[in-house]
Design a protein around this ligand. Structure first.
Ligand SMILES: NC(=O)c1ccc[n+]([C@@H]2O[C@H](COP(=O)([O-])OP(=O)(O)OC[C@H]3O[C@@H](n4cnc5c(N)ncnc54)[C@H](OP(=O)(O)O)[C@@H]3O)[C@@H](O)[C@H]2O)c1
Length: 147
């Protein structure tokens, strides 16, 4: 049996490998086995989790101190909904994979087409991906907030 890695997951892995990913505690818990992503520095916002396989930060202030040590282009915010909402103003851009699907999602990424500061600068052609039509898009933040 052939198993093909979904194109959006491949893109995500290739884009973030070797860099720093920032996420909320719920996103870490949602990963297989609750384990951090391999070959990346995982910074996790959490009030309660104690672990030594990722960098845990207890507040946005603590997170910003960590991020100031790194180059901005080396850091990717990877969710989830709560953390996206808080950190979007500080992001220089957003790589959004749009999936043409009706699902039962309970957590959402903000709609950047309705965002005052973000503008779409690249919109790929629709492509087939494991039975879904997806489209890679890139947005630029024209009003980036300083950390
Ligand atoms: N499709 C996508 O691109 C994508 C990407 C990522 C995630 N997701 C989905 O999104 C869902 C998770 O999103 P979510 O909005 O529920 O949660 P989230 O943003 O991943 O994390 C929220 C958690 O972050 C921590 N946190 C929040 N504010 C904090 C603060 N000021 N100081 C310290 N810690 C703080 C807390 O963790 P503790 O509870 O540990 O204290 C809180 O419960 C999952 O279902 C996941 O599968 C989807």
């Amino acid at each position: 049996m052939m198993f093909s890695i979904p194109k959006d997951m491949k893109f995500f892995r290739e884009t973030t490998t070797g860099y720093t990913v920032v996420m909320g505690g719920n996103t870490l818990r949602s990963f297989p086995g609750g384990k951090p992503l391999k070959n990346r520095v995982n910074i996790v916002l959490s009030r309660g989790q104690v672990r030594d396989d990722c960098v845990i930060v207890r507040s946005y202030g603590e997170l910003f101190d960590e991020l100031k040590k790194r180059k901005e282009e080396d850091v990717f915010v990877i969710g989830g909904g709560e953390v996206y909402r808080e950190l979007l103003p500080y992001c220089h851009g957003a790589l959004v994979t749009k999936v043409d699907a009706v699902g039962g999602a309970t957590v959402f990424f903000p709609n950047l087409d309705e965002h005052a500061d973000f503008v779409c600068v690249d919109e790929g052609q629709p492509i087939e991906d494991n039975g879904y039509i997806i489209r890679f898009t890139r947005y630029q933040n024209n009003a980036v907030k300083e950390l």
